[in-house]
Ligand binder design. Structure first.
Ligand SMILES: [Zn+2]
Length: 239
């Protein structure tokens, strides 16, 4: 299993490593900074630089469901260097940083809207959460103002590891749970936004809420009788 460097430091943009194995249209590395699609966050894209000066495009990153291997998907027709080759990989940082900003903002959104989260997704342009909020009228202006306040307050994020048993014994630690955390694992990663939010999460986050920048509520819509969907975008994209 490759070392998942993005778990330790989400700000790593590149790493030197070796090709662990070749798969159909994909390479598996000994260590990687590429986040694989999961938890509503897209997989990273970027480049693989080979020993002979090759520069191959990595279009997406996925986790193999069966083996857990992290697969860096190469553009069709790319000839990957053989297994064992020393390579350098670089993520498309501009895109990933937007994922980190929006992902962290969705944690804030889950703290601002006091209803259970039933789903969510994000891209480099927008993010959304669905709330179990039957009969509730969510106020876009209020939500946007609260997000702006939490971003301006520049709360730091902290990461810590907790066992599944500890987590099960303290359900009050978890305010929102769209997906059950993997309680069977010896260690579950908790992400705390100081004074604001605490939940198990495997995604990539910015270090402080101020780094999210200004965001807007793009729309609030009903999804069935119970679900209300809140869609966010970056203020800088509104022109
Ligand atoms: Zn997260």
């Amino acid at each position: 299993m490759s070392r998942m460097l993005y778990n330790e430091d989400a700000y790593l943009q590149q790493c030197e490593t070796r090709i662990h194995a070749l798969h159909a249209g994909a390479v598996e590395l000994e260590a990687t900074v590429f986040y694989p699609l999961g938890g509503g966050q897209p997989g990273d894209s970027g480049w693989l630089l080979g020993p002979d000066g090759q520069r191959l495009r990595i279009g997406d990153t996925r986790r193999d469901r069966e083996t857990g291997a992290i697969l860096h998907l190469l553009e069709a027709g790319s000839q990957a260097p053989p297994a064992g080759s020393a390579v350098r990989v670089e993520i498309d940082w501009a895109r990933r940083h937007r994922h980190m900003r929006m992902h962290t903002c969705l944690h804030l959104l889950s703290a601002v809207v006091p209803h259970g989260v039933t789903g969510g997704n994000l891209s480099a342009e927008s993010g959304r959460l669905d709330f179990d909020a039957e009969g509730v009228a969510l106020d876009a202006e209020f939500i946007q103002a609260e997000l702006a306040r939490l971003i301006a307050e520049d709360h730091p994020l902290h990461m810590r590891l907790i066992s599944g048993t500890e987590l099960a014994a303290q359900p009050e630690l978890i305010k929102t749970l769209s997906v059950k955390p993997p309680m069977h694992l010896p260690q579950i990663r908790l992400i705390e936004i100081e004074g604001t939010d605490l939940q198990p999460c495997g995604g990539t986050h910015v270090a402080r809420t101020g780094e999210i920048g200004a965001v807007r509520v793009l729309k609030i819509e009903s999804k069935g009788a119970r679900n209300r969907r809140v869609v966010l975008g970056f203020a800088e994209d509104a022109a």
